[in-house]
Design a protein around this ligand. Structure first.
Ligand code: ATP
Length: 304
């Protein structure tokens, strides 16, 4: 379990993280989503005791990271796969990690196989690794202490489609066995398949959070007919805001069933009626986060 409570971090008066609160739960993959510079890495660095908070608290497994006697046995982290010592081999890096955590060296072989790095690749120096191989090595290092919590900052960077699929399966399996996963990304489609819960951050503030299903249903309905102005008027009369459009169609925040009933009552023959699903969530994500004005970046009904 990770609990972030009213966390704020300012750099020379400018806030990178602004009053952020959320939780990540055991048995679930929590996606931490936001564009570049939104505050994801800063939040994760504070979680791992690498940077002090200006105010607010973060608790991982009920306490502060800095107070854990052997943190790698409880929390596995990967913040920057390119920060590994390039002069060492993958096997050396894993062996040092295992020894530091008091783990048997057998774990090294087990982790190599878990992340699909071959014995030959393990004996190569990290400077000759691709970014994808470095991500795999970073994940092996995070897992070597068999922790209950995983904190991963953009772990899909540099992975090819098969690698991304492998990562999703690994994280799903880890969460299904009771682990807590916090996974950041700036790309919705990269994490929407695996995430159970989503935290959306923009300009240092949480703009939406909830289960994936809640956010997808909040993403609304796409509806259109031959005369969308007439349809929009009928919907508006029924109290449904239809001000946004998606590829010429109307995008409304209501269930398809409800929208269909309003159209029927108004005698409007529909050409299209469907749940907006991830297309709507993607649009919502862009709207919520692209806005540079913090105070405007909030969508009603989605805010925590
Ligand atoms: N050490 C620092 N000094 C000053 N400003 C910083 C520092 N670290 C981060 N920032 C600023 O804080 C904000 C949040 O950065 P952060 O790296 O947390 O975002 P992010 O969501 O992880 O983005 P990315 O996806 O690009 O990694 C940015 O405006 C960044 O410039």
């Amino acid at each position: 379990m990770i609990t972030v409570d009213h966390l704020t971090k300012t750099y020379r008066g400018v806030s990178a993280v602004d009053d952020v609160s959320f939780s990540a739960h055991p048995g679930r993959v929590t996606g931490f989503l936001g564009p570049n510079g939104a505050g994801k890495s800063t939040t994760m660095r504070i979680m791992l005791g690498l940077s002090p908070a200006t105010s607010g608290t973060v608790e991982v497994l009920g306490g502060r990271y800095a107070d854990l006697p052997n943190p790698g046995l409880e929390i596995g982290a990967l913040l920057d796969a390119s920060a590994q010592h390039v002069g060492r081999t993958g096997r050396e890096i894993l062996t040092i990690a295992a020894r530091t955590m008091g783990q048997p060296t057998l774990r090294v072989t087990q982790m190599l196989s878990r992340v699909s790095l071959t014995e030959k690749e393990a004996d190569r120096r990290v400077r000759h690794y691709s970014l994808g191989m470095r991500q795999r090595l970073g994940i092996a290092t995070a897992l070597i202490g068999d922790p209950a919590v995983l904190i991963l900052d953009e772990p899909a960077n540099g992975l090819d489609p098969a690698g991304i699929r492998w990562m999703r399966e690994l994280l799903r399996e880890y969460a299904d066995q009771g682990g807590t996963v916090l996974l950041s990304s700036h790309l919705l489609h990269e994490i929407e398949v695996v995430a159970d819960d989503l935290i959306v951050i923009g300009n240092g503030r949480i703009v939406a959070q909830g289960t994936k299903e809640e956010l997808l249903s909040a993403a609304g309905t796409v509806v259109s007919c031959d005369d969308n102005t007439l349809l929009a008027a009928a919907l508006s009369e029924a109290g449904i805001d239809a001000s946004r459009s998606l590829r010429g169609a109307l995008h409304v925040h209501a269930e398809p069933h409800h929208v269909g009933q309003v159209a029927l009552a108004a005698g409007v023959a529909l050409c299209e009626l469907r749940s907006a699903d991830s297309a709507g969530l993607e649009q919502l994500f862009l709207e919520l986060t692209a806005d540079s004005q913090r105070e405007n970046g909030v969508s009603e009904g989605l805010v925590a």
